[in-house]
Ligand binder design. Structure first.
Ligand SMILES: [Zn+2]
Length: 240
């Protein structure tokens, strides 16, 4: 009987690895120096390397159900995503953080449905996105908006991490909110100025966090966007 996984492991070693052996050796000798922390949903259809064209050593990735960010304070312990954020910012000194949700997200859909009674961790985890759910019947449009609202909500929660906030405020780190539309093969990036997600093909930048840079008065470099996106009528997809 063929062991498909074993075949794939051998294929990687024999066919793929030789092209990158030198690159991997350098990254072992010199350590990793990724510039981007990518927080993405665990969904199998979201492939960060394909979306970004990144190769080995370029993305520090943490994935979980829904691409959710746990709160910084209050509970310390077995929080893999929080640990990854701290490591990426404090040790790796990454310069950008991407939060990437996507279309047809099962986690966002689950906000409108019952989860299995045994899935106690899942139910608790989804609490991190409940604020993004809309008080409406689940429709494709409502799901899309929920997915986008959840991305912005996570970016806001990232700003509660003191090491993130400090670096965003001093422009050492940029935040990027992305919503990947699987069927179109296009990422829509969050634009704080319009409060909308803009298809990458039409966007002028690769996404912003939920803050606004003040360019002309030399004052605070960001202002929290309080209600612009938090209500049920925003953010809308700029393309629709
Ligand atoms: Zn998902």
């Amino acid at each position: 009987m063929t062991d498909e996984l074993l075949t794939r492991l051998r294929c990687f070693h024999d066919d793929y690895f030789p092209q990158y052996a030198g690159q991997f050796k350098n990254m072992v000798d010199e350590g990793q120096h990724p510039t981007t922390l990518f927080v993405g949903c665990s969904d199998s259809r979201l492939v960060p390397y394909l979306l970004t064209g990144a190769g080995p050593g370029e993305l520090f990735i943490v994935r979980n159900v829904g691409a959710l960010i746990p709160p910084y304070s209050g509970i310390y312990g077995w929080h893999g995503t929080a640990a990854a954020i701290e490591y990426a910012v404090l040790t790796l000194k990454i310069s950008r953080i991407v939060v990437c949700g996507h279309s047809h997200c099962g986690a966002m859909k689950a906000l409108y449905e019952e989860t299995p009674p045994e899935a106690k961790n899942l139910a608790a985890w989804l609490d991190l996105a409940r604020e993004a759910a809309l008080p409406v019947q689940l429709t494709p449009e409502a799901l899309r908006r929920t997915e986008q609202r959840a991305v912005v909500l996570q970016l806001e929660r990232l700003m509660d991490y003191p090491m993130v906030r400090e670096r965003v405020e001093t422009r050492q780190i940029s935040l990027h909110g992305w919503h990947y539309v699987i069927e179109d093969g296009e990422v829509h990036v969050f634009d704080v100025k319009s409060g909308a997600f803009v298809p990458a093909s039409l966007a002028e930048h690769s996404g912003t966090g939920p803050y606004r840079e003040v360019e002309d008065d030399g004052g605070a470099i960001f202002n929290e966007v309080d209600s612009a996106w938090g209500q049920s009528d925003a953010p809308a997809d700029a393309a629709s």
